[in-house]
Design a protein around this ligand. Structure first.
Ligand SMILES: C[S@@+](CC[C@H](N)C(=O)[O-])C[C@H]1O[C@@H](n2cnc3c(N)ncnc32)[C@H](O)[C@@H]1O
Length: 475
């Protein structure tokens, strides 16, 4: 027992040494990952130097943070926002700890309650220090927001969004990840995954398991949230990370704050590249992947699956496979129109050029911490859908998409609309107005307002122009 500390330190030191020796070979260059990555601004190929990936075409540099390239269109803005997010957390934790201290000293008589409050106060402090240390390792120091923004309600993800997923992935018993990996293995069959892309990989345990078990040759995983990815990078490199879970309904006083060593006993994994990148504008080569995986992603994150499916199609090579795993549990803000059920998602996949080779629906446990009273089960659809070969598509022409036949329906931001060069300035004007919400009618109204052309004539022209691009894109 006494020797465990030094033994672990020695093991960690050996790992760090090995890591330092491997550093120049590691991640990007040891695999063909760099060939798969693209500039998020111009889609050009990238070059690597010591601290950044560079796009020779648009002369932009994308920093590498603790081994994770930041391929977001404006990396400086993203990094600043992450630093602001950390400062927000510091402020919230300081406030919370002050209140707990006041409660403990003033009004609480019961010894067990005092113990719980003290445990929570210490746990919050430890958790913050651990998070600060992870951020510091990536060169991310906290930075307070400018006074005008300070105290404004958080929009979008915070530093702690998906925090519990980190513990689920690397600290809790393996049951949930294991069940997901099994469901996916069953629909995948025995074919190796090959070059694999994960969209919205979170804390990346499923990335690791599928990479190792399903024969991925190189895996690229994209996400935009820093903490889960920074922790995942360390663990995938064979390190461990101390992190404290604070469950929202703890089972016992000891469970109020549970400090864990995440990733204990897991070996380093080669050829898994984590990238800060937007899944809806992915900084990767089109048509280059054997497999694209979306896990617990479509309902939670994609604004509209009907927009995501053609993008996944464009990322895959012919006959490549889209693996989807997840429930249909939408955030409140999602319009009812885009709250698809399992059968609609399957239909969307077919309409977008996929054959559903294998599907499975089963009920699985979700986010059941051993320290928490909460947890739930979800009905999960898992499918493996094959990108249909061009010839097969032509034999079975699909019906006109709804957004073309109904000119009041929103037009999805199809990959095909990104094609350049466009044949005429009118195409450019139309495509510039496609934002995922506007319909043909809305675009006609907008151009009519700008250029004083009758809306009816415009509607016909816009429809023809978009139909043309969509057809070209699927050809
Ligand atoms: C519900 S979690 C699922 C995480 C992961 N697939 C897993 O296996 O646990 C959704 C993830 O999508 C990420 N995400 C949200 N919007 C994204 C975007 N535009 N691009 C990339 N990742 C995104 C979130 O940060 C989060 O990690």
């Amino acid at each position: 027992m006494v020797a465990a500390g030094p033994a672990r330190r020695e093991r960690d030191a050996r790992r760090l040494l090995r890591r330092a020796e491997d550093e120049s070979e590691r991640d990007l260059t040891a695999t063909d990952a760099l060939e798969l990555l693209r500039c998020p601004t111009c889609e050009g190929s990238l070059e690597r130097d010591a601290a950044a990936l560079r796009c020779p075409r648009c002369a932009k540099a994308f920093p590498i943070l603790a081994g994770i390239p930041c391929l977001l269109p404006d990396p400086a803005a993203a990094i600043l926002e992450w630093r602001h997010g950390l400062a927000d957390l510091e402020r919230i934790v300081a406030h919370g700890r002050d209140r707990l201290l006041a409660d403990t000293t003033a009004s609480v008589r019961r010894a067990s309650t005092r113990r719980r409050l003290e445990h929570l106060r210490n746990g919050l402090g430890a958790q913050l220090e651990q998070i600060q240390s992870v951020f510091r390792g990536a060169g991310l120091e906290s930075r307070a927001r400018p006074p005008a923004e300070a105290g404004a309600p958080a929009v979008g993800d915070t530093t702690l969004s998906y925090f519990h997923q980190i513990h689920r992935d690397w600290g809790w018993p393996d049951a949930e990840i294991e069940a997901a990996a099994i469901a996916i293995a069953e629909v995948c069959g025995k074919d190796p995954l090959g070059k694999t892309l994960f969209l919205g990989a979170g804390a990346a345990r499923l990335v690791r398991e599928l990479h190792l078990r399903q024969g991925a040759s190189a895996t690229i995983a994209l996400d935009i949230n820093p903490l889960p990815f920074l922790v995942a990078r360390k663990i995938l490199d064979g390190e461990t990370v101390r992190l404290t879970e604070i469950p929202n309904s703890p089972r016992s006083i000891d469970d109020v704050a549970v400090e864990r060593t995440l990733g204990e006993g897991l070996e380093a994994v080669a050829n898994v590249t984590l990238v800060f990148g937007d899944a809806f504008s992915p900084p990767v080569a089109r048509g280059a992947f054997d497999t694209v995986v979306t896990a617990w992603f479509v309902d939670q994150v994609a604004p509209d699956a009907a927009e995501l499916a053609p993008l996944v199609h464009a990322l895959l090579r012919e006959n490549g496979t889209w693996i989807n795993h997840g429930p249909f549990v939408y955030p409140a803000a999602r319009p009812v129109r885009a709250r698809y059920t399992a059968d609609e998602l399957s239909e969307i996949a077919r309409d977008s050029g996929f054959d559903l080779d294998s599907t499975d629906i089963r009920r699985l446990t979700f986010m059941e911490s051993p320290a928490c009273n909460q947890g739930r089960t979800e009905r999960i659809l898992t499918f493996a859908a094959r990108k249909v070969a061009l010839a097969a598509r032509e034999e079975t022409p699909s019906a006109e998409p709804a957004w073309l036949s109904d000119t009041s329906a929103p037009i999805p931001r199809l990959e095909a609309f990104r094609a350049r060069p466009l044949p005429h300035p009118f195409f450019t004007a139309v495509v510039a107005l496609v934002d995922g919400a506007r319909s043909i009618d809305a675009i006609a109204a907008e151009i009519s307002r700008q250029q004083r052309i009758p809306e009816d004539a415009l509607r016909v022209a816009i429809r023809a122009c978009l139909a043309d691009l969509a057809r070209e894109g699927s050809a």
